[in-house]
Design a protein around this ligand. Sequence first.
Ligand code: ADP
Ligand code: MG
Length: 697
Amino acid sequence: MESKMSELFGSLVFDESTMEERLAKDTFQELQKTMKDGRSLNMKIANAVANAMKDWAVEHGATHYTHWFQPMTGVTAEKHDGFINLKSDGKVIMEFSGKELIRGEPDASSFPNGGLRATFEARGYTAWDPTSYAFIKNGVLCIPTAFCSYSGHALDKKTPLLRSMEAINKQAMRILKLFGNTDVRHVNTTVGPEQEYFLVDKRYYEERKDLIYTGRTLFGAPCPKGQELEDHYFGTIKSRVQAFMNELNEELWKLGVLAKTEHNEVAPAQHELAPIFSTTNIATDHNQLTMELIQRIAKKHDMVALLHEKPFEYINGSGKHNNWSLSTDTGVNLLEPGETPYENAQFLLFLCAVIKGVDEHQDLLRLSVATAGNDHRLGANEAPPAIISVFLGDELTEILEAIRDDIAYTNKEKELMRIGAHVLPKFPKDNTDRNRTSPFAFTGNKFEFRMPGSSSSIAGCNFVLNTVVADELKQFADILEKAPDFDSALNALIKGVIREHDRIIFNGNGYDDAWVKEAQKRGLLNLRTTPDALPYFIKPENIELFARHKVLNEEEMYSRYEIMMEEYTKILSIEAKTMVNMAHKEILPAASSYARTLAETCAMTMQVAGTENAYERETVKEISKLVDQAYRAMNYLKDVVDRADASEDFEARAFAYRDEVIGAMQALREPCDQLETMTDEKAWPFPTYGKLLFGIS
Ligand code: ADP
Ligand code: MG
């Protein structure tokens, strides 16, 4: 098994060992420099790399290549080109040049650009990102790339992420120098994203327009059993699901994705996959691949994977826990407490950068996960609330409080703690405290950001997190580099941060209503919906923040703001129209004809037997009333959608959808779901929650 695994793992990736094997030594070394230090590549080297890549890909059955990129749609894009070329003598050869490797020019006029690129200058370009390895997917050599307009504006999710990684590297290196670290050459942010998803039987999926068009159920009465018995979480995995997971793991391993943990989640039919962490950039690429493969391989097993944040009402939705940390190229995790007080001082400084960053930029973190789908989770009783706070656990909080209040921290039980020879304490590494209700929890050597939605690209929350922390590290470095006495300046700095930002620390139950009130008292933001959150993106101080670190400029920020607002509107618009369609063409006709059947039975049996027929009579009455109510609600929904769409302004449209359309959708759903509960199951036009949630045997 072990040898099979080592043969399998990364077998479809043009990774470091493959490069070393296939490239001339000097070419390999040049390429390594480009990858590790961001040097640019000359054409001679690029040609050699391209040729070796092509030979390797062809040997593995590939015939085409593609620049694989991540436009603002949040899913990946690819346009395949063959290696095939015609020689003058009429023979064909397989070719791939350095130029083709480094740069591509997809006709990109149809990707969202938020006004950045008028269609007449439709061509954007893709540029190779050598920090993420090329791989083969479906017989196509995929080259990870960034996607920009000709004027150099980022049109994708990856470019700001790469820029933010550079920004945080620069500032973290300044801090490390101050602590006397001379061997470190690079600081990376690391991420391990835990992916949640649902599996439903393909037969049932195909009978539901709402799942097909929107990825979630827009109708559906609760079934008698939900997640209340808590018997699904970590339960035995059904053999059909296990077969899917086995194949998924194998395919992911071939692509170098470190899929590690798999288990059933809280809700019926819900599952999770967690990889071993890697650098933010690679983790982002790998998470995109993971989502794609989950969907593709589920289909092979006659199932459909739902990545939506809230596929079903009444039971938990899906998130994507973003485990985030910082580590040096020498392998030191900067968010891990150390052995000595001095190492701990460095740890505390990085910890303070995160605490201060999260407090000062609650708006940005909140909006980095704001989507129409995620609005169903955040603030509901399952995911963290829309309020951002930081969980540190009791022990670390007490240490910080002791520092804040200038008192010695002692832990009587363990007697491990003491304010050391230095100004700062020594404390134990393993902080096994767990709080599942916090949106941003310290878990011993990393922060777990639990707000991202299951379908989102993690590029968004990570470029924000990287930039925010980079900015705090910059402020710290600016102060400490000038300080006459490093130790006392450091002490004052840490103390100051704890004093000014302890309002963001909350170790209690984030699902509790009392927390909402308490958070308000503390002055924390509570941006409940996407249109509440997104406008914060273009606040002057946020535009300055991203400009300061060269992550996004003002134009790029405005374009992203517009794209995100419009995406919100478009999603709700599709949902509303799907509801009208299902109500008009499926639900109302089904209920109405069932009422007719009952009415006929009622009349006939009355004639024949002279009986009461209470069931038929009362049900017909009830159905007629609900059909009438649903019909009016449907017409009202149509009207409010038309009215919202009539607005020329994208911001006004988003708010109209939130304030008018969502309510109208709910008003249509209610009578329809009630109709479902009283209509003959065989006459109901689509599979019920029971079949969707418990339909996989
Ligand atoms: P759990 O949160 O269920 O206790 P773990 O703590 O083992 O599970 O890890 C959850 C995720 O966090 C995994 O994807 C893991 O790879 C990732 N992770 C662990 N250490 C780090 C780190 N230093 N940086 C980023 N992610 C990490
Ligand atoms: Mg976790």
